[in-house]
Design a protein around this ligand. Structure first.
Ligand SMILES: Nc1nc2c(ncn2[C@@H]2O[C@H](COP(=O)(O)OP(=O)(O)OP(=O)(O)O)[C@@H](O)[C@H]2O)c(=O)[nH]1
Ligand SMILES: [Mg+2]
Length: 414
């Protein structure tokens, strides 16, 4: 039964994903002159002759290709165009600005930093909500309804995803964009698929920056979705005001198998799918959570984690959820804790950025890279202990002359 459902879901996901990817491709080709090949935007700048890849736009991708001057590339935007576009709430430019900050190419970093620095003071004050739950808990269905409810109340809603595993599962949120069909069509909503690839740390740092861009585009509620796998929840907790954990009732002991750590960081636990025959079971699960919560330290001082039931399918429980969140915001604004949490999060962000940059500089240095390959082999073959190999690498790093420590284009580029 579950397998059938999973397979159906998988095939719907695949179809949605294909459709989404085609739309995405069509948008990409809107900026090029069809029939002519061009050098991709992501080609390494410092590798001009060695990099042989050229892209030939497909003939069947529609006929809306635009020739921009004599250029046959996707029209690049300058810093001011990014800034103006985001501030005016242009969703296409917002999406491109997020792609820019996610870019690993050194030459994109300086413009990304300029765009971010200009937009940071313009970011509107928003409510940031983390939403987590195991696959199939109903996150997409929940976000679709929840987002539309918020828009009905006059908010503008952005949905971002932190899911480092999505590069393996081919990014289910791409399919989600069509699954959250009403929400993605609403002009007051913006849905961003998860960044692909990279470590969780890197992905999370970019998500934090993407939040700022969305706030500059006047989205005043930011929903950050994560799949319930542990580490990503902790990371998302460090960038949101309120953290929602979606649960479903299962057979046997409901609390078994749910990581205590994830419950400990939640401000509310929602037992979803409380509809039809499942209603009583969901209520029992909710009561069990409520009991368990008495024994846990609250994630937010001055707030007791709530356990509620809801149905993302019928909308039951949604008015209570919205009331609860706005009550939380009022309380935390009065106590000053919301402000305090934001300040702590900014400091944490500061450290994360430094750590990311140190790592990037370190591992991209050609001296380090070649020595690393050799030492890794030595360690693998038990020729030298790992501690000595690490010491050798650090010694080498300190001996590299300052001007050779950074790759071309890396230094001063933020
Ligand atoms: N009966 C019932 N079904 C629901 C409810 N919410 C979601 N579902 C169903 O549960 C299935 C999974 O829902 P999704 O919203 O895709 O779940 P998800 O958490 O986003 O799943 P992943 O993206 O795979 O992590 C779908 O078939 C939904 O229709 C609900 O409140 N009641
Ligand atoms: Mg989903």
């Amino acid at each position: 039964m579950n397998r059938d459902r999973d397979q159906d879901q998988k095939s719907i996901n695949d179809q949605n994903q294909d459709r989404d990817q085609k739309q995405e491709r069509d948008r990409e080709w809107d900026f090029v002159d069809r029939g002519k090949s061009y050098r991709p935007e992501w080609a390494p700048a410092e590798n001009d002759d060695a990099f042989a890849v050229r892209i030939i736009p497909p003939d069947n991708a529609g006929s809306s290709g635009k020739k921009i001057g004599s250029s046959i590339r996707r029209k690049p935007l300058d810093t001011q165009e990014y800034i103006d576009g985001v501030l005016s709430g242009n969703r296409t430019i917002l999406a491109r600005a997020i792609t820019l900050i996610e870019s690993q190419a050194p030459r994109h970093r300086s413009i990304a930093a300029d765009v971010l620095n200009a937009l940071l003071p313009k970011a509107c004050s928003s409510l940031r909500i983390g939403i987590s739950g195991v696959p199939g808990a109903g996150k997409s269905t929940f976000i679709e309804r929840f987002g539309l409810e918020l828009i009905r109340k006059g908010h503008r809603v952005a949905v971002l995803a932190v899911d480092p595993s999505s590069s393996l599962s081919k990014g289910s949120i791409l399919g989600d964009k069509t699954r959250m069909e009403k929400l993605s069509r609403d002009e007051n909503a913006f849905i961003r698929p998860s960044p692909s690839g990279g470590t969780l740390g890197g992905v999370a740092a970019k998500t934090r920056e993407a939040i700022t861009l969305c706030e500059a585009a006047h989205y005043d509620v930011i929903l950050v979705e994560t799949v319930g796998v542990g580490q990503s929840e902790i990371t998302v907790r460090s960038m949101v005001d309120f953290f929602l954990l979606l649960q479903i009732s299962g057979a046997g002991d409901e609390l078994q198998g749910i990581k205590k750590g994830v419950i400990e960081i939640a401000d509310a636990i929602l037992v979803n799918k409380a509809d039809g025959d499942n209603r009583h079971k969901a209520e029992r699960t909710r009561a069990q959570f409520e009991t368990a919560l008495h024994y846990l330290k609250p994630a937010t001082p001055g707030w007791t984690c709530k356990a509620l039931t809801c149905s993302a399918l019928t909308g039951d429980g949604f008015p209570e959820i919205l009331d609860m969140i706005f009550h939380f915001v009022n309380l935390m604004q009065q106590s000053g804790f919301l402000d305090l949490r934001r300040k702590e999060q900014s400091v944490q962000w500061f450290y994360t950025i430094i750590e990311d940059q140190i790592k990037r500089w370190f591992y991209s240095n050609p001296h380090i890279r070649s020595k690393m390959d050799q030492l890794r082999e030595n360690v693998e073959k038990d020729e030298i202990p790992a501690t000595r190999a690490a010491d050798e690498i650090m010694d080498l790093f300190f001996k590299i002359p300052q001007e050779e420590k950074f790759e071309k284009g890396e230094k001063n580029n933020g």
